[in-house]
Each structure stands twice: as C-alpha cells, then as structure tokens.
Design a protein around this ligand. Structure first.
Ligand SMILES: CCCCCCCC/C=C\CCCCCCCC(=O)SCCNC(=O)CCNC(=O)[C@H](O)C(C)(C)COP(=O)(O)OP(=O)(O)OC[C@H]1O[C@@H](n2cnc3c(N)ncnc32)[C@H](O)[C@@H]1OP(=O)(O)O
Length: 206
C-alpha cells in the first residue's frame, strides 16, 4: 500500500473538482440544448481537459490516512471523493454492519427509469468488501452473487448495508443488500473475499 503526503487543501480542491465534474456528467446525460451549443461546450471541455493533463499521475490517488486518523481512498471508484466516477459512497460502520445512504442519479440508468444492475453490483461489492475488512478479513472479491428482487429507482434515498458472516483461512464471506428506507430489499448480495498471499502479514491480524 502506497502512502502519500499531499496537503489537505489541495486534496479538498481536487474533491471539489471531482464534484463539479459529477454535476457536469449529470448535465451531459440530461441536456436538451441545441446542437451548436453542444459543439461549443464540447470545445470548451476539450480545452479544460488539456489544462488538467498539463500535470498528471499514472494512477488515481492511493490509500492514505485522513486528518481524523481514518484510512481513506480518495481515488476509489465507489468511495473516492477525488474520483468523479464515484457516487461517492460514504460508508459508516454501525457495530459490525457497514452502512451507506445512497441516492442514485439518472446518470446511472440501465433499464428505462431504473438503475443499471452493474452499478448496484459495484456498490454492493464495495460494501461487502468493506464489511469483511472491518471485521479483520480484508480481501479481493473472489465471487459476488446478486439477486435482483425489484427495480432500483434513481432519485430516491436508499440504504445499503453489509455484514461479514464468517471466515476460513484466507477466505471470508459477507452478505448485503440495497433497500428502501422502510427495509424493503431491492437487491441482495453474497460475496467471497480472498486475501491474496501478497497481503499476508501486511494488514493487522494477518
Ligand atoms: C497491502 C494490503 C492492503 C490492505 C488494504 C485493505 C483495506 C481495506 C479497506 C477497505 C475495503 C475495500 C473493499 C473493496 C471491495 C472491492 C474489492 C474488489 O473489487 S477487488 C477487485 C475484483 N476482484 C479481483 O480482481 C480478484 C482477482 N482474483 C485474484 O486476485 C485471485 O484469483 C484471488 C486473490 C481471488 C485468489 O487468488 P489466490 O491465488 O490467492 O487463490 P488460491 O490460492 O487459488 O485460493 C485460495 C482460496 O480461495 C478460494 N478461491 C480462489 N478464488 C476464488 C474465487 N474466485 N471465488 C471463491 N473462492 C475462491 C480457493 O478455492 C481457495 O480456497 P481453499 O483454501 O482451497 O479452501
């Protein structure tokens, strides 16, 4: 795991840029402006893209320790505040349950008016993995099994939860779900996480 010391003010500015980019992506997905305006905005964006490429890294921001002492991963595709692809999901531990409130956006559309199944899977993959890690059994996803019970709406606050269920050697298991606030499950997931041999001895408890 690579650790870097980057000033917090720069990281905050990077996160603001990512949030502005999310707003841009939402606007792109929904815009109805005329063709000449589409072309004009595209040209401006191309210029902005070049400005950002003037100094760039080979990989997104790595794991580091935030000022409050927690492990964070600002470059992560699900939780990373500096990654415009990320929702970003804010995961909290409630005892041994990983919990995140999530409101998907039209940008996440798969079926008409519904969230893409792969997006739900991505969120659950992360949450199950974080539950396993919080229980002391971090690993790479080996197998992820999903059951899509009901269409997942966007624009509606939902709750995603996961808990570690058992471990055996380098393998650990976790279950999770995305549900309506009243508990009605929409998607359920089970996962097997395998700690790669390269991680052995590099994480507390291994
Ligand atoms: C430096 C330390 C840093 C630690 C930081 C931790 C902080 C945590 C904080 C926050 C949590 C974040 C949470 C993130 C969540 C998202 C995670 C992802 O999206 S991960 C990306 C998608 N997954 C992959 O890309 C895997 C690719 N596959 C592999 O790398 C390997 O195949 C791997 C590691 C899964 C297994 O490789 P092998 O060589 O270690 O496996 P073998 O030795 O053959 O098997 C070991 C045991 O595991 C079972 N196993 C192997 N593969 C399996 C599979 N695919 N499914 C189920 N079981 C499997 C085998 O049957 C075996 O079991 P038997 O010991 O015999 O009982």
């Amino acid at each position: 795991m690579t650790m870097e010391l980057t000033p917090e003010s720069r990281l905050a500015a990077h996160c603001e840029l990512a949030q502005q980019t999310r707003d841009l992506m939402d606007a792109v997905a929904l815009t109805e402006v005329k063709e000449d305006e589409l072309l004009a905005v595209t040209a401006e964006l191309a210029a902005l893209t070049e400005r950002l490429r003037a100094a760039s890294r080979a990989t997104p921001l790595p794991f580091d320790i935030s000022p409050d002492g927690n492990l964070r991963h600002l470059g992560n595709a699900v939780i990373g505040g500096a990654n415009p692809m990320a929702l970003p999901l804010v995961v909290e531990m409630d005892g041994l349950t990983a919990r995140a409130e999530v409101t998907f956006r039209p940008l996440h559309e798969g079926p008409p008016n519904g969230v893409h199944g792969g997006i739900s899977a991505m969120v659950l993959d992360h949450l199950l993995g974080q539950a396993a890690a919080a229980a002391g059994f971090p690993g790479m996803t080996g197998t992820l099994t999903l059951r899509y019970l009901r269409p997942v709406p966007y624009g509606t606050p939902l709750v995603a939860t996961a808990e570690h269920t058992r471990a055996e050697g380098r393998k650990s298991w976790a279950d999770g779900r995305i549900a309506l606030p009243d508990g009605t499950p929409l998607v359920e997931a089970s996962g097997v996480f395998v700690m790669p041999t390269a991680w052995l001895g590099r994480h507390p408890g291994t």
